[in-house]
Ligand binder design. Structure first.
Ligand SMILES: [Zn+2]
Length: 849
């Protein structure tokens, strides 16, 4: 047998590269990685390289003694890498931790290794950081002058090694750069710059980027450790290990060379010091050669990062790939991230739940061979992480990361294979235990099964893709009567159909739960009243409607706001259809004839047919049964009649990031592209499309069944605009989601800043969008109460966050900030209420960084 070589901290940035090198000689040597962290993917990789893994801490004296006392070589890479780089960031606890690991851990090793063992240790160029004068080509003899705790502890370690009488080699590393999947290493300047460049970002060069840095490529660092292990003649030595000394600006220019879209932005501020550089003459004298350079390193990083998937899902679903079909049938393949030695065949009955647990170490892989289930999962490592659901169908593989609580709710009789790397025989990685964690109880199971939407509402496609998960949320308009009243929570998640480009929620809540007693009265707002007055005049003129003869139906007529202008102009034959009892009653009282009920087949005989015009303003997203609704509309319509639908335009939602349009009442999210495709199946022709400014950007479309109806240019224009925006590409939607998650972080930060200054915040307006936004942001105590103009909402509470909703007159003490939640009426609200608060802020402005 060859040498026994131990790499402490071998899972980390340098350790990974060093292990890779040792994989070539692991057959003839005993190579061990000793690390207190655990990443299943990395450990599998080590195994495949013939390297043993010991999950342990160098502070554990007994464990160190057991494994290290007969070692020939120690590469001592263990330490805390997440360290304060500037003074203000440092905190006591972290400093203590660094010192403890560094000193006690290192001493534990030095105490047990024999005199023949060689220990190779990475120190750092920052041990010179306190040198006041700008100095270039610093030699190893230079007196070190550490300032921050990281440099201090490295300096102490150096002393420990020198005093130990053990064979040591100290390598004082320059800034180590190079591609790594370890995101913690992005704080190193060339890495950070390459990452930004890979995303076409802007590189800010403070003080014109004049600072110099001594850099060293990651792979050469790993190579040097191996070199020192091989060289029996080198011991009791300290070396600087740096390749290039270069200005920050030069690094940025290399980035720009490999991605010309990168923007360089210089500032003229003063810098505390221009940096220093290390001499590498001594290391070169030993015969060590550097093989890599900065140019190549940056090129590689930009290339790899621009290809890499930035977000790593905790749980993901894969369809089979590389399909092979012939007359016997179909083969589809799944590639697994690690070898599997145990397969469980699991049969599950419809309407049952499995899992409700998590695995602290193992990754779970399930391949569904028959049936279907709803998977529910939640990150346990992140505080306040939302609960997420998605569907897993036949032929799909689902991979769940460790420490992700998960549950399977079976919507069909299901058979799946549980594919595991069984580890019972190993001491370390063998911890395969499963820990109970109830994520879905019986009530929730029933709730999910009753409302889950497995297929595309418009085209029936059952392979929908997730755009965004806003967590479990209450029904937005169901305000609470008591502060501590319980309310039902449903997943609020949007899926995308890549066959017809329809977007819909993952669930379809029973409409009776939302629309039977509706508190949103359209007539409250003057801008809405005006909107419908203008619309009525326009339709009368363009469609040549007749006061006496023309029959107009408004679906989802609310309190009659859209029909009232027609009535005022003398139209006799008008009818509203409204499911909310209270609203239908109000409308009828105001002499606008209104049928109280949903527009569905079973109610058709109660509604008079042969309409000239059917209006559906902001209801065409408000139903699970849109096909049935469309069919009913066509049945009520005269042959040459017109349907006019107003819907919120998905293009605006995506472009303006108005994610708060998403709530359970909006079952569906329409683009003109998906609408045209939808109406085609009923032979309905979308012949005209207009952009209107209600609800943060809407579309008004005109539909006719008249053959040869001429399609106006505006339809083609908007379709083209959508296409250019990327409405047919899933990537567009993923990018939207990433921005929304960023918005959440920003709002939390900005509101916390205000609260940190001890300022009071009162909200203004409690539209449905406020429920979505506040629940998504997790804001409740931060807002004292919410002012509302709609009397019906007074005395109630915003669901989920349980914030009181009151009338203006309830304000006793003038608040510091009035946070306008009904942001689309910001100007109107501010103008009419200027004396209510010291400062008016728009919730939309809080979304910026
Ligand atoms: Zn579809």
């Amino acid at each position: 047998m060859g040498k026994k070589i131990i790499i402490t901290g071998g899972i980390g940035y340098i350790g990974t590269e060093l292990s890779k090198i040792y994989s070539g000689v692991s057959r003839n040597n005993k190579i061990i990685v000793f690390d207190n962290r655990f990443f299943s993917e990395r450990i599998n990789q080590l195994r495949n390289w013939g390297i043993d893994f010991i999950h342990g801490d160098i502070l554990d004296k007994e464990l160190v003694k057991k494994h290290f006392s007969d070692a020939d070589i120690i590469h001592h890479l263990a330490g805390v890498t997440d360290v304060p780089r500037v003074k203000s960031e440092s905190d006591k606890e972290k400093e203590n931790q660094i010192n403890l690991v560094a000193q006690n851990g290192t001493q534990n090793i030095l105490d047990v290794i024999n005199d023949e063992c060689k220990i190779i240790f990475p120190s750092t160029h920052v041990v010179y950081e306190g040198i006041e004068k700008v100095k270039n080509e610093i030699l190893e003899e230079e007196h070190t002058k550490p300032v921050l705790s990281y440099a201090n502890s490295k300096n102490i370690n150096e002393k420990q090694l020198r005093n130990s009488k053990k064979k040591y080699v100290i390598l004082r590393l320059g800034s180590v750069y190079g591609y790594s999947t370890d995101t913690a290493r992005i704080d190193i300047m060339p890495n950070l710059f390459s990452k930004i460049a890979s995303q076409n970002g802007t590189l800010k060069l403070f003080a014109g980027g004049r600072q110099v840095k001594s850099l060293v490529p990651l792979i050469d660092v790993a190579r040097c450790f191996k070199f020192m292990e091989e060289r029996d003649d080198i011991s009791f030595e300290t070396f600087n290990l740096a390749k290039d000394t270069i200005t920050v600006k030069k690094v940025a220019e290399i980035c720009k060379k490999y991605n010309p879209k990168t923007i360089l932005k210089e500032t003229n501020d003063e810098i505390p010091n221009l940096g220093f550089s290390l001499s590498n003459k001594k290391i070169l004298k030993t015969g060590f050669n550097f093989l890599y350079n900065l140019d190549e390193g940056i090129k590689e990083m930009i290339f790899k990062w621009s290809k890499a998937n930035i977000t790593k899902d905790l749980e993901h679903v894969r369809n089979g790939e590389k399909e092979f079909t012939d007359k016997r049938g179909k083969i589809s393949n799944h590639e697994l991230p690690e070898p599997v030695n145990l397969i469980g065949l699991i049969d599950s009955k419809k309407d049952t739940v499995r899992a409700n647990h998590y695995h602290p170490i193992q990754e779970q892989k399930c391949l569904v061979t028959k049936g279907q289930f709803i998977s529910v999962y939640q990150d346990l490592l992140k505080k306040n992480a939302p609960k997420v659901t998605h569907v897993v169908n036949e032929g799909q593989l689902i991979v769940t990361k460790p420490n992700t609580a998960h549950a399977m709710v079976f919507s069909k009789d299901t058979v799946f294979l549980n594919l595991v790397r069984g580890e019972r025989e190993h001491d370390n990685y063998g911890v395969t235990h499963t820990i109970k964690h109830i994520l879905v109880d019986d009530n929730e199971k029933n709730l999910l099964l009753s409302c889950y939407k497995f297929d595309c509402r418009a085209c029936g496609n059952d392979k929908l893709k997730r755009i965004i998960s806003l967590g479990y949320q209450p029904l937005a308009n169901n305000l609470l009567n008591k502060r501590n009243e319980k309310c039902e929570l449903y997943p609020l998640e949007v899926n995308y159909c890549d066959k017809c480009h329809n977007c819909q929620l993952s669930v379809a809540v029973n409409p009776k739960k939302m629309f039977s007693n509706y508190l949103y009265t359209s007539s409250t707002s003057k801008s809405f009243r005006d909107h419908f007055i203008n619309a009525a005049n326009k339709y009368i003129k363009n469609l040549k409607l007749n006061k006496k003869k023309s029959y107009i139906i408004d679906i989802g007529s609310n309190d009659g706001v859209a029909l009232k202008p027609f009535k005022d102009l003398g139209f006799k034959k008008i009818l509203g259809v409204e499911p909310a009892k209270n609203l239908a009653k109000t409308a009828n009282k105001n002499k606008i004839k209104t049928y109280n009920g949903f527009l569905e087949k079973s109610n058709l005989n109660k509604i008079k047919k042969n309409a000239d015009l059917i209006l559906a303003s902001n209801v065409f997203a408000h139903s699970d049964k849109l096909k049935e609704m469309a069919e009913c509309m066509f049945k009520l319509l005269k042959n040459n009649g017109t349907i006019i639908v107003e819907i919120q335009h998905l293009l605006n939602t995506l472009r303006d990031l108005t994610f708060d349009n998403i709530y359970h009442e909006h079952y569906n999210y329409w683009s003109l592209t998906s609408l045209v495709s939808f109406f085609k199946q009923f032979k309905g022709i979308v012949y005209k499309a207009e952009k209107i400014n209600t609800h943060g950007g809407s579309l008004r479309i005109y539909i006719s069944r008249k053959k040869n109806k001429k399609i106006e240019k505006n339809v083609k224009d908007i379709l083209l605009e959508e296409e250019k925006f990327g409405i047919k590409h899933f990537d567009t939607y993923k990018k939207f989601a990433e921005k929304i998650y960023k918005i959440r972080d920003n709002v939390r930060k900005n509101i916390n800043n205000i609260k940190g200054k001890n300022k009071s915040i009162v909200g203004y307006g409690s539209p449905a969008k406020a429920t979505t936004a506040l629940n998504f942001f997790g804001l409740s105590e931060e807002i004292d109460f919410i002012i509302e103009d709609n009397k019906l909402k007074h005395g109630k509470f915003l669901p989920g966050m349980n914030i009181p909703i009151v009338a203006k007159k309830e304000i006793i003490k003038k608040p510091d900030y009035m946070l306008v939640l009904a942001w689309n009426f910001f100007d109107e609200i501010k103008k009419n209420n200027e004396d209510l608060a010291d400062k008016f802020i728009n919730i939309k402005d809080m979304e910026r960084e």
